[in-house]
Design a protein around this ligand. Structure first.
Ligand code: SF4
Length: 238
């Protein structure tokens, strides 16, 4: 571990004296690639038919004026996504919270700062990655997204993935993992494995949401393991 990583791990509140460099194959339950079973026709495909020819400006415009689900009534603004549109890493979270709804950008506030620290710990600046959510509008009182809202919205994310074609998607939090991979397996059981996004060969690795890590700092070490696992998957080309 170099000084930079030591410094950032410290910033994340992770003690730096334990070394656990395990190869990808060495993690319990880890496999180089284990696609989950996907439904033959996902809801993403339905909306993707409407977005599949859109370029970035047209897609952003479509999202900004979207009224496809009830969440448009209560949002301050849509939260499209931010970052490098040629990114190798894409980070996908659940939905905007109060800060994101106000600022129009995903992962701001304390959770955003922790995400930035997590990314820096693996040598990535926030500006290098692309960050988006499953939903582009904030659910009231931060309740979980409803299936019909995800159905209506996920075509936008699907198109973002198509346009970026990242080398890896990091799904942060249970809701993001479940909706990206169409599964209800617990996050704990999904950790340390490599999945595939939809009908692509883009690898997906899951980890905890930074908001959860703020509430449960004891889990930050596991998040660090997940990030290193994701780095190895990305380096190995998925
Ligand atoms: Fe449209 Fe998605 Fe917002 Fe619903 S959450 S109004 S589908 S952009």
């Amino acid at each position: 571990m170099d000084d930079l990583h030591r410094q950032y791990l410290k910033a994340m509140g992770i003690p730096v004296w334990v070394r656990r460099d395990l190869p990808v194959e060495g993690r319990a339950g880890a496999r180089a690639a284990e696609p989950v079973e996907m439904p033959a026709e996902s809801a993403a495909a339905t909306d993707a038919q409407e977005t599949t020819s859109l370029d970035w400006p047209a897609l952003a415009e479509r999202v900004a004026s979207c009224t496809a689900c009830e969440l448009h009534r209560t949002r301050t603004q849509t939260v499209f996504g931010t970052g490098n549109r040629q990114a190798q890493w894409m980070v996908v979270g659940e939905a905007p919270g109060a800060d994101e709804d106000r600022q129009g950008e995903p992962f701001v506030g304390r959770a955003g700062q922790l995400l930035n620290a997590m990314l820096r710990a693996i040598g990535l600046a926030r500006e290098e990655v692309y960050i988006a959510n499953i939903l582009k509008c904030r659910p009231p009182r931060n309740r979980d997204p409803r299936p019909e809202e995800v159905d209506r919205c996920e075509g936008y994310l699907h198109r973002q993935v198509e346009l970026i074609r990242p080398r890896i998607i990091l799904a942060v939090g249970r809701i993001a993992a479940h909706n990206l991979l169409k599964t209800d397996v617990s996050l704990g059981r999904m950790r340390g494995r490599c999945y595939r996004y939809s009908d692509t060969d883009i690898p997906v690795v899951v980890t905890y949401h930074p908001a959860y890590l703020l509430r449960s700092p004891g889990e930050k070490r596991k998040a660090w393991e997940d990030l290193r696992f994701a780095s190895r998957v990305c380096a190995q080309g998925g």
